[in-house]
Design a protein around this ligand. Structure first.
Ligand code: SF4
Length: 415
């Protein structure tokens, strides 16, 4: 296969972005479309532009190889200077020489604005100086997961289910990650296989566990054989009824959702996917293709979204995300109040904002689009749902007084 080569300046000066020649760009786009593998969707316009600009020798097949994506991820602010004009807040982190974990797949990098540091997707993955400012109430392990860790890798908080943390690696690190105390410790594709067997033994010895949530890190960054090892072992435990996988991969590395992976996953039904989406701009053609492929394999999917200031704390933005997700058969499931991890004040919104979003959704759009708004209580209290004040108490006749989505009051005879 003939590779397309551009004549692009070799050295990119700091903060200076280079445009590729437009005629060759058009030629490259056509060529890449011609070499598409039938297993993958056509590359989106943003991917095509990004490849032409920064990976001119890469073929569509390489770009669509998730291993290539991981190998070529941006893992430092310095590496990002070749594609982003850093703002002063981003540059301050860079100059502070603080070792904050950074990892962004080339695919997700292609969705970032080169010049606008306030762009929602960019803010969610590129560190700023505010991350180094610790505010009151912030803690390393705000959910108290260490306290509920029974054996290594297992968090057993709720009576009938466990969280099984199988890796500390993610293909892209979110700046607001609740598990920033455990993820990205090795900066390598590290599977803690030696500890898995102990965890499997724990699950096997606890007949009350009917639901296992495999999370991390991101379990879909494990190889097919590693994942299958875990799924098959869990499936052999008779009292485990359902398995869930928690992942952001369809949003940041949709190339990982291969036919081979999906064919393997569907052997282990009932299997659910808890996906993590942040903003409607993540629903690219590639990501939609990945979600449809998972849905076609009969895998029920829900999305968990962290409420983030100036990223998605707007009823219209959240509603658009919810609608786009439903179109690819992903049910918006949880809207999380951002956990108070160290350096998260610039991401956190007042609780009233979350209630306002729910109020602007319930009754105004399909019930399937409306998530549960929850706070994961600091100190290990678990998820606590919050609702606008629909229940207004009882009147003197014993009727329950209810407020509907338009603010009208209605009685229900509760006697
Ligand atoms: S994908 Fe999940 S575990 Fe990984 S950094 Fe993002 S929030 Fe944390």
């Amino acid at each position: 296969m003939k590779k397309v080569k551009f004549i692009v300046q070799e050295s990119i000066l700091e903060n200076e972005l280079v445009e590729p020649p437009s005629t060759e760009n058009e030629f490259a786009i056509l060529t890449r479309r011609n070499v598409q593998n039938a297993n993958f969707p056509e590359l989106g316009e943003k991917s095509l532009k990004f490849i032409s600009q920064y990976f001119p020798e890469v073929t569509a097949k390489e770009w669509n190889d998730w291993h290539w994506q991981i190998r070529n991820s941006y893992t430092s602010l310095q590496s990002l200077t070749s594609i982003l004009k850093l703002s002063s807040e981003e540059m301050k982190v860079f100059k502070s020489k603080t070792n904050l974990p950074v990892r962004i797949t080339p695919y997700y990098a292609s969705l970032l604005s080169s010049f606008d540091s306030k762009q929602p997707l960019r803010r969610s993955v590129v560190p700023v100086f505010n991350e180094l400012i610790i505010s009151k109430g912030e803690e390393n392990d705000p959910l108290g997961e260490h306290g509920d860790t029974t054996v290594s890798c297992i968090v057993h908080r709720y009576p009938d289910r466990v969280l099984f943390l199988v890796t500390d690696f993610c293909s892209t690190y979110c700046r607001y990650c609740t598990r920033s105390h455990t993820v990205a410790k090795t900066q390598s594709h590290h599977a803690m296989k030696s500890e898995w067997d102990l965890a499997l033994e724990y699950i096997s010895n606890h007949p009350e566990i009917r639901d296992v949530l495999i999370s991390g890190g991101d379990p879909l960054t494990l190889s097919d054989s590693q994942l299958e090892y875990l799924l098959s072992k869990i499936r052999q435990i008779e009292h485990v009824e359902i398995i869930r996988l928690g992942s952001k991969v369809p949003a940041v590395l949709p190339q990982r959702i291969t036919t081979k992976l999906v064919n393997m996953l569907k052997k282990y039904h009932p299997l659910f996917l808890s996906l993590h989406f942040t903003h409607p701009d993540e629903l690219t053609e590639e990501t939609k293709f990945a979600c449809r492929r998972l849905a076609d394999a009969g895998i029920p999917m829900g999305s968990q979204t962290v409420l983030l200031k100036d990223i998605n704390d707007d009823a219209q933005v959240y509603k658009k995300l919810a609608h786009e997700l439903l179109k690819v058969r992903v049910r918006p499931y949880y809207l999380y109040q951002c956990d108070p991890i160290p350096g998260s004040a610039h991401f956190r919104t007042p609780v009233e904002k979350g209630l306002e979003i729910i109020q602007n959704m319930r009754g105004h759009t399909s019930g399937y689009a409306v998530p549960h708004y929850v706070i994961d209580a600091p100190g290990g209290g678990g998820k606590i749902p919050l609702l606008p004040n629909y229940y207004q108490g009882k009147d003197e006749d014993g009727n329950v007084v209810l407020k509907n989505y338009e603010g009208g009051l209605y009685n229900y005879p509760d006697y």
